[in-house]
Design a protein around this ligand. Sequence first.
Ligand SMILES: [Mg+2]
Length: 386
Amino acid sequence: MPAIARVETLIVQIPTRREHKWTGLTEPIGRYVMVKMTDDEGRVGWGEAPALKDWGGEFGRYFGESALIARAVIENYLAPVIAGLELGNAAGLHQRMDAIVKGYPYAKAAVEFAYYDLTGRWLDVPVHTLLGGRVRERVPVTHSIGLVSVEDAEREAAKVASEGIRTIKIKVGVDPARDVEVVSRVRAAVGEDVELCVDANEGYASPGEAIQTYRKIERFGIKYFEQPCMGIERIAAVARAIDAPVMADESAWNAHDVVQIIEQKAAQIVSIYTTKPGGLYKAMEKAAVCRAAGILCNVNGSVELGVGNLANIQLAAAAPPVTLSCVVPVSTPAEALNGQIGGIYYKDDLLAEPMRLVDGAILVPDGPGMGIEVDEAKIEAYRVKD
Ligand SMILES: [Mg+2]
């Protein structure tokens, strides 16, 4: 059986289409670590750590990584212990990684994506087959509107709705008066046929402030209220008071967090990522706990580049409880951009071909491994020299 022969890392920086901000973000998105894994027969798999150092879990329980941190963990701890591991053993990969260093889920996820990509290429099957099979062929996209001016939010919402996007997420959580204004104006701009959800990124100071704000925006039709404030017991207080489902994001990193959310009836929706639990294998475990409790899921992320976003799409294709539209980019190289902005956060991408968006949904690629080839020349072009 082929085995891991080499693990290399590099950092890229891709320019953004416009500034994309949310509560707590202090660095530009798009400066991420790429992992290139080669097996002893010469095949190559790719992974990405969309690590943001200023995004994390509640009360310091989990925290992000920066590109430099993730790279140091991969090079110094993870790569040495997985050298020689045969392909097709994601469980064994995680055992080795978890034994050598606790935490660092972004670094581990990036290594694991490359390993799944490589395993899929060896077996000539897509990664969703390795995760148990494809339960959906298209992944509807939620377009995320960051903390921009009300006028920009209105304009962008109207544009993406005209492009076929059916769900829009509005970042809130800074100033309740501004939040009510932006939701009202976006609803007026897109009409009744587009679903709206709001994400406070833990920004409201208390459950009470979140509940008061929700009561002022509920008349605009809110599909769900994502992470209104910090803490499982505090979002549970919001969940008891409002009609819309609460979604746990920062409060839900792994399967054990979901158990706590179930115990406290804190959320009806959990946002699973490929990265928070430390990779696809553990994201499927988290999805299984959600499914058993009747919790709905979406796949949300950290504004990945194409390599990391392919992992999002493979997870969304394979995880049964992911029935909601997903906050994932529509990864598109510069050559294929034609003025659309729905799901477009960057001016270029590292994939050789664009993801295919039809009627507001990404078609799940079914090529081997992660499904779309990477453009190594682009990776070299955007590489941050060190
Ligand atoms: Mg969120």
